[in-house]
Design a protein around this ligand. Structure first.
Ligand SMILES: Cc1cc2nc3c(=O)[nH]c(=O)nc-3n(C[C@H](O)[C@H](O)[C@H](O)COP(=O)(O)OP(=O)(O)OC[C@H]3O[C@@H](n4cnc5c(N)ncnc54)[C@H](O)[C@@H]3O)c2cc1C
Length: 293
């Protein structure tokens, strides 16, 4: 590995100033579980790494009074998975975090690193998009926000500009009538997803009529995407078995998968249908159990 400078800023402003310098040959270092692998094995050459370890506030993890969830970008996935607050109020997010790598990986890997690495297969992206999350971006002076679904601009690319950091993720409260779940298909333990599907659905109280719904797909397009045609089919309708089947098939039309070492495009399309059905069936079962009464 080519020698590089290791910088340890102690404020957001200092970190962003360091990131803005050196003509793009500098990157933020969170858990390093993607970045160090890319530098050791992928030939990525950088002049400097800017550690986020000493920057205050980036490991925040708490519920606001209105029930929204704040996750600092450098919060380890293991902390999210094990947080009693997250498990109670956002079980789908805790479960998705638990699907990443191993316990050892999750003790280092951060939610911000998972999103900023911008792999189309990033496990936290579909569930956070389905939940309507917002990315809080800072240049060290001021924040700007973008919906997480607009954060990714291509494989390995985000809307972050030079000198900008992802500071936090804000997940709006899930109402009592709401349900969210992530379904992942992978070949073996500690594997990135072959396809990931997340659903967020809000039901009319006491029924399985869909008031609001987002279906997000991972690893089937250059970025994580929403299956908008399937969503349109579901909103305002009673989520019964026949509609679940039709919408799961429609989600396939929203996907643009490629063939790679994990799966062929054709197999990925089958997985989109299977996992969409699984996610929507779980939502329907939850509504039918009277969880929304
Ligand atoms: C054995 C193994 C198994 C894995 N399994 C999975 C899996 O099942 N699912 C999955 O999704 N991933 C998996 N991964 C990938 C990886 O662990 C995750 O993507 C992880 O969440 C990355 O977080 P990190 O903190 O390590 O990021 P880093 O490696 O530190 O950074 C990743 C990228 O994000 C940038 N970055 C980090 N934080 C910020 C920030 N706040 N603002 C701006 N840019 C930032 C970095 O500059 C870098 O470009 C696996 C990795 C390994 C090694």
């Amino acid at each position: 590995m080519k020698p590089f400078e290791y910088k340890r800023p102690s404020s957001l402003e200092e970190a962003c100033t360091m990131l803005a310098a050196q003509d793009g040959r500098v990157k933020a270092l969170a858990g390093g579980t993607d970045l160090l692998v890319q530098m050791k094995q992928g030939g990525l050459e950088l002049d400097a790494l800017v550690s986020l370890r000493d920057v205050p506030g980036l490991d925040a993890l708490h519920l606001e009074e209105d029930g929204s969830l704040i996750m600092g970008s450098a919060t380890p996935l293991g902390a999210i998975e094990n947080s009693p607050d997250v498990r109670r109020a956002f079980p789908g997010i805790a479960e998705a975090a638990s699907f990443v790598g191993s316990m050892q990986v999750r003790s280092r890997a951060t939610v911000g690193g998972n999103l900023c690495n911008a792999a189309p297969s990033a496990d936290t992206a579909p569930i956070l998009i389905a939940c309507g999350s917002t990315a809080v971006i800072t240049d060290g002076q001021a924040d700007r926000t973008v919906l997480l679904e607009d954060f990714f601009s291509g494989p390995g690319q985000t809307v972050l500009g030079p000198g900008e950091l992802l500071r936090a993720i804000v997940v709006p409260p899930v109402p009592e009538t709401g349900f969210a779940k992530y379904c992942k298909s992978f070949r073996s333990a500690m594997d990135c997803c072959t396809v990931g599907v997340a659903v967020y659905s809000d039901f009319v109280p006491g029924s399985a009529v869909v008031r609001d719904l987002r279906l997000a797909l991972g690893a089937v397009a250059p970025t994580p995407i929403r299956a908008r045609a399937a969503e349109a089919m579901l909103v305002g309708q009673e989520l019964d078995e026949a509609l679940t089947d039709r919408a799961s098939l429609e989600a396939v039309a929203d996907a643009l998968p490629i063939s790679d070492l994990r799966a062929s495009a054709a197999y990925r399309k089958v997985l989109v249908e299977v996992l969409s059905r699984r996610a929507l069936t779980a939502a329907r079962a939850w509504a039918e159990r009277g969880a929304v009464a």
